[in-house]
Ligand binder design. Structure first.
Ligand code: SF4
Length: 329
């Protein structure tokens, strides 16, 4: 049992939290505190709903090279490291995150670059993991140098929670490294207004001063941000920090995360409330990744009907997809 008394057996997924992020929690009880909920394991993690899997987006089925996922026609995802500064309890990529794969090496990077040169249809390369900004500055530099030069016809999207859980890592040198790359966007994940600290805002300012545009992808999490007031404050605060709220993600069907999941019907009710309160600048897209759909679905337009056990969703090509309705408990 850990200090919070919340888990009686070995957690299925590693624990790690920065001192900075842990200090944002007002208690270590994940049931009561929206920050603690994101880093303190709960016994519910050991529960696996029938529809849940270890790899809910089928990364492994779309892997074209080790660590390189080519799911959508014009975008690829590169898992550059398995490490994160803090392991989020809601992480849907836990089959890779903290899995021991380590960081990408020069030979793998060269293979990835050759693949990209052979696939000019790729217009965006998402760098994720794990968290790319847990790499050292020299590793980040090598990564960017391998993937980004004047011949690269794609944009880089660095997906990182470092500004949220370890803003001190955003040093002037790192910000310059990232800003030196013309086609680079930084996408972070702020889930609760309490994460919008002076330190986060200073890290964001440093990145912005160095020319790094920032987007935010929140995950809709039960007990963390599933209230209209909380989401309104979060998205307004992000806009004030000049970080555009981009997506509000419906949580994927990752094993051991059912306690975080909000019903899509409830998410749509929240979005209706947000539309009445927020301008387009502060309003994200409520989105879901459905394997085989070709792109993320905007749930405000994609939901066709709700059946007793399934949602029926329509993708941009008009194809219908059945997506399990899981009962949040
Ligand atoms: S930072 Fe991202 S990859 Fe790492 S644990 Fe959190 S959600 Fe998962």
């Amino acid at each position: 049992m850990n200090a919070a008394g919340n888990i009686a057996e070995k957690p299925a997924y590693r624990e790690r939290v920065t001192d900075y992020y842990a200090a944002l929690a007002q208690s270590r009880d994940p049931v009561c505190d929206p920050i603690a909920a994101q880093f303190v394991p709960q016994t519910a993690e050991h529960r696996r709903e029938p529809a849940e899997t270890d790899d809910p987006l089928n990364d492994q089925g779309n892997e074209v090279l080790p660590r390189l996922i080519h799911r959508y026609h014009d975008r690829v995802l590169l898992l550059v490291t398995d490490r994160c500064a803090t392991y989020c309890r809601h992480c849907f990529r836990r089959h890779f995150t903290a899995g021991g794969a380590g960081s990408i090496g020069p030979a793998q990077l060269a293979s990835v670059r050759a693949y990209l040169d052979d696939h000019p249809e790729v217009v965006e390369v998402l760098l994720s993991g794990g968290d790319p900004l847990t790499l050292s500055d020299s590793e980040v530099e090598a990564l960017l140098a391998a993937l980004d030069d004047e011949t690269a016809g794609y944009v880089l999207r660095v997906c990182t929670r470092v500004p949220v859980v370890m803003p001190s890592r955003v040093t002037p040198h790192l910000a310059r490294l990232l800003g030196d790359r013309g086609g680079l966007w930084l996408v972070t994940q702020v889930n609760h207004p309490r994460e919008l600290t002076a330190e986060f805002c200073e890290a964001a300012r440093l990145l912005q001063r160095n020319g790094v545009p920032m987007l935010n992808q929140s995950v809709l999490l039960r007990g963390v941000n599933d209230k209209l007031e909380t989401l309104s404050e979060l998205f307004r605060g992000l806009a004030r920090a000049r970080v555009k709220p981009y997506y509000l993600f419906q949580a994927d069907l990752a094993a051991g995360t059912s306690h975080f999941r909000v019903a899509i019907e409830d998410g749509l009710t929240l979005m209706r409330g947000l539309r009445r309160r927020l301008s387009g600048l502060s309003l994200p897209i409520y989105a879901l990744d459905v394997p085989g759909a070709g792109s993320k679905l905007n749930l405000e337009t994609a939901l066709v009907r709700v059946e007793p056990r399934m949602y029926v969703l329509r993708d941009a090509d008009g194809r219908e997809h059945r997506y399990p309705r899981t009962q949040a408990r």
